[in-house]
Ligand binder design. Structure first.
Ligand code: DGJ
Length: 759
């Protein structure tokens, strides 16, 4: 990283802050009113001379029709400036990032620059999800601002990481006055773009169709997505992207934002009357308030800003790098993710230890590595109407005890995983009888029920502690390696009797709830640092960077249909790493959409990322067992590439396209695995056609394809990869793919060649 400061903390005197490395420049400037503007974020500019600095920061005229900031300066107005942490109400009428009140009195904060510091490194702290880095891997610029009239201090924190164009941004507000004040809105990340020439992309959908790519051009006004469900939600994901009109898959400028948070969020872009864009992300201000007593501080969750000058693939690659190296626990980059068998779709609630052991036996013989018991192992849970909160094994299902069962699994050479839904409580549970006040419910008589269950009040530390103690007993008894942490309903009638008793504002509930969730994660991972906790929320209802900080993988959707997964995975992979979600091969017809697909297609889709199986192994034919064995053998050989390789979309991934074409490449481009998928069969397709491999390989190398022909990189990149022969109504003897839901996997391996004749 260029210009890393030498001392641990250095006082900054300059009024321009230029954070830079070989991938990016990010420039902040103290304006004449003492506020900060975000002048530039883009290609690296190297060191700037005075003339260049002036060029960047000078605004000569006040835009017509605006209000001026100073009585004696007719030209200065905030609305002309890309405010780094925007305030509303003093010469800028766009939505601001921060809103404060004191007992109904509205503040118009006036934070002015005091000083700034650079700090090296950023420790990982399990108490709060955020990025982290070693001392030589990052520098954080902290700008101290003060509002003297209202006695407030605001710290703006920006971290730049070695080799990455990411900026991690957060803010801390301290109340230095002698009375309480209320934070009505305090967002996390701000990105200013000089034009509106961008497409706004977000991942949206619903249960069974999470994170589909949606896009629209920016236009004057506000476009916003968010969640008020108490979780980031199935409907919208906190990742947003701004793709310049001239950008493509592999070229051009693209920006992204995401939030390291799992609760209610807002992500929006406002285009003003001069076509300038202000994007912001943070905790959703609706249903939020935080009372800041005298002397107290509040820190926002962290936002990630990202820049790419290599198109949307470049942006995805930068996000993947950041998430795997500076957000998730790094050990998961090298520890192999186990190939899981999960019994959910194989048995649902209908199982006992004997059945589970027979499934485990077959799973082991096919090469699976971790046996996960899903929902239904505890108390008297026969369906989804009871027992959540009572985390003791059902003696009818485990007559020899859970400990004995766990030993059997271990003796087979398998790891054990178990399902929990720690945040929930069933009306029919001992926990509810003993602690009726632990449920999230308003004193009103009526309470909404979702999936037959209520939500536990995780804003109450005693509740978190109780659930933790229950989980500890099970983890110790079973020597558990893996937990699937599910969360199947959202919060309604938010009200906490704990907060009421402690005279804490009820509007703090949603944020305190998520802090309770993080507290449980923190406790579990402090006691069991090697535990692999897979996140899940009725599938992908809480797929965000807050959860990925603790859980290196998330179950991305309850929809295990391979065709639907093409869309879900394509969307997800535009902003998250391959290693961040698990894919299970399930039965045909599929249980969520009743579609019939071949085992080959299901395995070809599932193998990109951590792999698992979730179908009734007892019903497999010998031929199917053979196919699974072979695929697992292949997967194990290439697991590192398939979970941590550089993922590239080789065709634009519009969900309505009939073809999907993606690949993973190792970092030195010596090996690649490429998947080609055709959703529906087309009549009389071209007999020979090629799939683009632009920029994906090394020109001067040669590659062997599926252990057969060897071709130079130059040929493959210029001509393309020959498509499998599609059935065209006449080529009965020679076609490779025919019918709907077809796939073809290419394995490319660099081969040494000394001369052209060697090929
Ligand atoms: C929803 C999850 O997403 C499923 O995989 C399964 O674990 C069920 N809950 C169990 O209730």
């Amino acid at each position: 990283m260029k210009e890393m400061v030498n001392q641990h903390m250095e006082r900054v005197t300059n009024q321009l802050f230029h954070m830079q490395n070989e991938t990016v420049s990010f420039i902040l400037h103290v304006m004449q009113n003492g506020h900060i503007e975000q002048v530039y974020y883009g290609k690296p500019l190297d060191d700037l001379n005075d003339e260049e600095i002036n060029y960047l920061v000078t605004t000569n005229n006040k835009s017509a029709g605006t209000v001026k900031f100073f009585e004696d300066d007719g030209a200065f107005t905030l609305t002309d400036h890309p405010q780094a942490y925007p305030v509303y109400g003093s010469s800028d009428f766009k939505e601001g990032a921060i809103e404060l009140t004191r007992n109904q009195e509205v503040y118009y904060p006036d934070f002015r620059f005091v000083e700034a510091f650079y700090t090296k490194g950023k420790p990982r702290n399990l108490a709060h999800p955020a990025t982290y880095a070693d001392e030589n891997e990052s520098e954080t610029l902290t700008i101290k601002m003060s509002d003297d009239e209202r006695k407030l201090e605001l710290l703006l924190n920006y971290t730049l990481f070695k080799g990455s164009p990411a900026i991690a941004q957060s803010q801390t507000l301290t109340n230095q006055s002698t009375s309480d004040l209320q934070i009505q809105r305090m967002l996390s990340g701000v990105l200013n773009l000089p034009t509106k020439e961008y497409t706004f992309t977000h991942f949206s959908g619903a249960w069974l169709k999470e994170r589909a790519i949606k896009q629209r051009p920016l236009e004057q006004g506000i476009v916003a997505i968010g969640s008020l469900k108490g979780a980031s939600g199935h409907q919208h994901n906190p990742f947003i992207r701004f793709t310049h009109q001239t950008a493509t898959l592999n070229s051009g400028e693209v920006y992204g934002m995401n939030l390291v948070y799992s609760g209610n969020f807002l992500a929006q872009a406002e285009v003003d009357e001069w076509d300038k864009t202000r994007a912001m992300i943070g905790i959703h201000p609706s249903q939020f308030l935080w009372n800041l007593s005298a002397g107290e501080s509040f820190t926002t969750p962290e936002a990630i800003l990202m820049y790419s000058d290599t198109g949307t693939n470049g942006l995805a690659k930068h996000f993947s790098y950041l998430i795997e190296n500076h957000l998730m626990d790094r050990k998961w980059r090298t520890l192999p993710r186990p190939i899981v068998f999960n019994n959910w779709e194989a048995t649902y609630f209908d199982f006992n230890e004997e059945k589970l052991l027979s499934l485990a036996d077959i799973g082991k013989s096919l090469g699976m590595e971790c046996f996960v018991i899903d929902d239904g192992w505890f108390s008297h849970r026969q369906n989804d109407r009871s027992s959540l909160g009572d985390w003791t094994a059902d003696p009818a299902k485990f007559p020899q005890g859970l400990g004995r069962f766990a030993k059997n699994i271990k003796e087979m050479g398998l790891q054990l995983g178990m399902w929990f839904e720690p945040e929930m409580i069933s009306p029919d549970s001992e926990l509810l009888k003993n602690h009726p006040d632990w449920v999230v419910r308003h004193p009103y008589k009526r309470i909404s029920v979702g999936r037959g269950q209520y939500v536990l009040d995780f804003s109450n530390p005693q509740v978190v502690e109780d659930i933790y103690q229950q989980m500890v007993k099970i983890i110790d008894e079973t020597n558990l390696a893996y937990i699937k942490w599910d969360m199947n309903r959202n919060i309604t009638e938010a009200f906490s009797s704990y907060l009421a008793e402690n005279h804490i504002y009820q509007q703090e509930f949603f944020h305190r709830y998520i802090l309770g969730v993080y507290r449980l994660y923190e406790k579990l991972l402090t006691t069991y640092p090697d535990l692999l906790i897979e996140g899940c929320a009725g599938g992908g209802g809480r797929y965000d960077l807050g959860i990925l900080f603790y859980s290196p993988q998330i179950w991305p959707s309850d929809n295990s249909d391979a065709l639907a997964r093409l869309t879900i995975q394509s969307g997800t992979l535009s902003g998250y790493p391959l290693s961040s979600f698990s894919n299970h091969v399930s039965a045909s017809p599929n249980h969520q959409v009743l579609r019939h697909t071949s085992l080959a297609f299901r395995q070809d889709v599932a193998m990109f990322g951590p792999l698992g199986y979730e179908l009734d192994l007892l019903a497999l034919t010998e031929n199917e067992k053979q196919q699974i064995k072979e695929r697992i053998r292949f997967y194990k050989k290439h697991r590192q590439l398939l979970t941590h390789g550089d993922f590239i979309q080789l065709l634009p991934n519009d969900p309505s396209d009939n073809e999907v074409y993606w690949g993973v490449f190792n970092s030195d481009k010596t090996e690649a695995i490429i998947g080609y998928y055709q959703k529906t069969a087309l009549p009389n397709p071209a007999t020979i056609s090629y799939l683009p491999l632009t920029k994906a390989l090394k020109e001067d190398s040669a590659y062997q394809i599926n252990e057969q022909e060897i071709l130079r990189g130059k040929i493959l990149m210029s001509v393309g990869l020959k498509k499998p022969r599609l059935f065209n109504g006449a080529n009965h003897a020679t076609y490779q793919l025919g019918g709907d839901c077809q796939s073809f996997i290419y394995h490319l391996k660099e081969r040494n060649i000394n001369s052209y004749e060697d090929i």
